[in-house]
Design a protein around this ligand. Structure first.
Ligand code: MN
Length: 280
């Protein structure tokens, strides 16, 4: 067994997306451009409605999966397949865009606290041309483990008897939301070839055996490969642990499109402009 150690700690950057929603971006930045298979990680959160009320009006995606996890607040989603739904606190929406989808993500709340995450997972070339697919997961359908030291919500993967609903996925993702009491430890096994990271929402963590610089809120903690994760909470902490099997293909980014080559990005833009983008 090889302990997983810290590779690099990166402070999330303030950014804005959609019609001006304020967010903190950690993956998809100059310091962490692509943590194969993860293309982007955004924390969107504010108590001030001006920071989120404009939402994400209709926009296209191709070649990626987006996993949205709402911790606080409500958003309404609508898309070109005719799907429509409200995501409330604790819910997850897992969208596999495949060949293409046009959707909007708008606040279904007029005020109050918003907090959530959106993770982008790359799709391999052989899946990028698929029809779009959705998975709506109500908070109460997530696998949950609770004991006197911690609570683990399982969005993907397996922790003890708690299992996420997405079981046969090509990158074998692990996505845990962990709340750990002060001085308590959290550990799990991870497949050896997976890339992994922790996103610290709040608190302070000691990870692995080797000393590392101090972690603080909204830190992306990139991890070395290994197969055993051991984390200790220096104070009460809340974090995401995310891991996945690398795809190992070249990528070309064009905003909401992620393909293998620049020519395929130009093709996506052309399809979007001539109205054939979301036709299957
Ligand atoms: Mn989107």
């Amino acid at each position: 067994m090889k302990n997983i150690e810290v590779k690099k700690i990166i402070k999330a950057l303030n950014a804005s997306d959609g019609a001006g929603v304020k967010l903190k971006r950690s993956i998809g930045t100059p310091e962490a451009d692509y943590i194969d298979p993860f293309l982007m990680l955004d924390e969107f959160g504010s108590e001030n409605k001006e920071d989120y009320i404009a939402g994400f009006p209709p926009h296209p995606h191709r070649g990626i999966e987006t996993v949205t996890y709402m911790l606080n607040g409500e958003f309404e989603h609508q898309d070109s397949t005719g799907a429509k739904g409200i995501m409330a606190s604790g819910d997850v929406q897992w969208m596999k865009t495949g060949r293409g989808i046009i959707h909007s993500e708008m606040p279904a709340m007029k005020e109050g606290k918003l907090l959530g995450f959106q993770l982008w997972i790359n799709m391999p070339a052989k899946l990028k041309k698929n029809k779009p697919e959705y998975l709506y997961i109500k908070g109460k359908e997530l696998g949950t483990h609770k004991d006197s030291e911690k609570e683990v919500k399982v969005i993907a993967g397996k922790y003890k008897n708690a299992e996420g609903p997405e079981k046969k996925h090509n990158v074998e993702p692990i996505y845990f939301h962990v709340i750990l009491k002060e001085d308590k430890e959290f550990g799990c096994d991870v497949p050896k070839g997976h890339n992994s990271f922790i996103y610290l929402l709040k608190g302070e963590l000691k990870i692995g055996n080797i000393n590392h610089s101090k972690t603080s809120d909204s830190n992306l903690i990139l991890l070395e490969r290994g197969d055993k994760l051991a984390v200790k909470a220096q104070k009460k902490s809340e974090f995401l642990f995310i891991a996945g099997k690398p795809i190992g293909e070249p990528i070309a980014r064009g905003g909401p499109f992620v393909m293998n080559t620049k020519a395929e990005i130009l093709e996506a833009i052309k399809d979007y402009n001539n109205g054939t983008f979301a036709k299957y």
